[in-house]
Design a protein around this ligand. Structure first.
Ligand code: AMP
Length: 172
């Protein structure tokens, strides 16, 4: 198997002092590494009878679109405010300082559709929980969530209290 985890680079003090940013762009640029990472992310969901993957802006779009293609399902974006053109549902979530919102198109998926949530990094878990709330408000059956990297020391998994499994390919 291709050795790809080393293609995820630590960038200290980005976007602000004290944060070590997990930069996946070297992985995305590597033909074999990108493919191996997507295959690893897809593995738990191959027999999950999914209708769609729901990708969170913005690196969740890159991974989520590739996963949708590999799994043979649709792709639905969860976006920051002011980006989706049609009617949306909005969900507030807490940031380190203050709060923000995520949106999904109100007609993105039919009730009962089976979907997995996708992002690149699980940190405190607020983003993934907000996406989960949006999917539930649509009536979507959230079969699980998948991230490439889990930053275990930030406790995101403990906040993920949904019944659905949370799959992380790499854990730091
Ligand atoms: P959180 O809501 O705290 O779990 O943060 C997750 C979101 O922020 C994801 O969309 C990640 O892309 C991004 N993120 C948070 N921390 C990092 C980090 N150390 N490196 C890269 N992305 C991060």
């Amino acid at each position: 198997m291709t050795d790809w985890p080393h293609l995820i680079r630590d960038v200290p003090d980005f976007p602000k002092p004290g944060i070590v940013f997990k930069d996946i762009t070297p992985l995305l640029a590597d033909r074999a590494g990108f493919a191996a990472a997507i295959d690893a992310m897809a593995q738990p969901w191959r027999d999950a009878r999914l209708d769609a993957v729901i990708g969170i802006e913005s690196r969740g779009f890159i991974l989520g679109a590739a996963l949708a293609y590999v799994l043979g399902v649709g792709f639905v974006p969860v976006r920051k405010p002011g980006k989706l053109p049609a009617r949306t549902l909005s969900q507030e979530y807490a940031l380190e300082y203050g709060s923000d919102h995520l949106h999904i198109h109100a007609d993105a998926l039919p009730k009962g559709a089976r979907a997995v949530l996708i992002d690149d990094v699980l940190a405190t878990g607020g983003t993934l929980l907000a996406a989960h709330a949006l999917a539930e408000r649509l009536g979507v059956a959230v079969v699980g969530a998948a991230v490439l990297v889990e930053l275990g020391f930030l406790g995101g998994r403990q906040r993920w209290d949904a019944a659905a499994p949370l799959h992380a390919v790499l854990r730091y």
